[in-house]
Design a protein around this ligand. Structure first.
Ligand SMILES: Cc1ccnc(S(N)(=O)=O)n1
Ligand SMILES: [Zn+2]
Length: 260
């Protein structure tokens, strides 16, 4: 049966290489972003064309909470920046820590944030499906946004309020009309580098675009993430969903570029 990878002592990130040897590859994610990153003036702005974008559902896949989008047309795409083609939004999800603990995946000069939002896009110009793109070198583009604790986020409550409907692994419910534009920070300045998925199968297919500015969410809103469970409703074990982040991986000589 497939390896039940997770974030526990028996199945966590340090053990993923046993079933997914690429975990020890040359372009793994996340990474630490050093203080000094080379500024590349040829890097244009990243453009998020989400105006006709609407969500379809929200689900609990046993690793995170996922908001899914209709990717059957070019309705919501990102382009520009380091990207040669437009990439279609497929889903977004989060990674977070335990109560009062940080849980971002990427770190900045060794510092973690409370949480990290990943907007996952795929190159529908070059590939015929998300799954094909996910296994190909230029297949995916993931926009990472840091979350820091502060005031309530005005729009995040629509997501946290829906979480009680997807408490258990394998649950899914309608979640229409949510536009992730409302989760973006004021500045779209970013770092970019070539990396991988941060959960198995850890494919080295991701152009990472990390926004430099975090968004603020309240501790109360983050607390609602921790009401989710890694386990299914029918399982005896009830494991609270928290600390679902992979720590930074070796840079292995990769170049990180900074937009202006
Ligand atoms: C869709 C997907 C699968 C695995 N990992 C990721 S992530 N955490 O790199 O965005 N996304
Ligand atoms: Zn992620």
């Amino acid at each position: 049966k497939g390896n039940h990878w997770g974030y526990g002592k028996e199945n966590g990130p340090d053990l993923w290489h046993t079933h997914y040897p690429v975990a020890q590859g040359s372009r793994q994610s996340p990474i630490d972003i050093p203080r000094q990153v080379s500024h590349d003036p040829s890097l244009g702005p990243i453009v998020l064309d989400y105006d006709h974008c609407t969500s379809i559902s929200i689900s609990n896949n046993g690793h995170s909470v996922v908001v899914n989008f209709d990717d059957t047309d070019e309705r919501s795409v990102i382009h520009g920046g380091p990207l040669e083609n437009p990439y279609r939004l497929k889903q977004f999800h989060f990674h977070w820590g335990g109560k009062g603990c940080d849980g971002s995946e990427h770190t900045v000069a060794g510092n973690s944030y409370a949480s990290e939002l990943h907007l996952v896009h795929w190159n529908a110009v070059k590939y015929t499906s998300f799954d094909h793109a996910a296994a190909a070198p230029e297949g995916l583009a993931v926009v990472g946004i840091f979350l820091e604790t502060g005031d309530d986020h005005r729009w995040l409550h629509t997501i946290t309020d829906a979480m009680y409907m997807v408490k258990y692994k394998g649950s899914i419910t309608d979640f229409k009309g949510f536009n992730p534009k409302c989760l973006l920070p004021s500045s779209l300045h970013y770092w970019t580098y070539l990396g991988s998925l941060t959960t198995p199968p850890l494919h080295e297919s991701v152009t990472w675009i990390l926004l430099k500015d975090p968004i603020a969410v309240s501790e109360k809103q983050l607390g609602k993430f921790r009401l989710l469970q890694f386990t299914g409703e029918e399982e005896d074990q009830r494991l609270r969903m928290e600390n679902n982040f992979r720590p930074p991986q070796p840079l292995k000589g990769r170049r990180i570029r900074s937009s202006n």
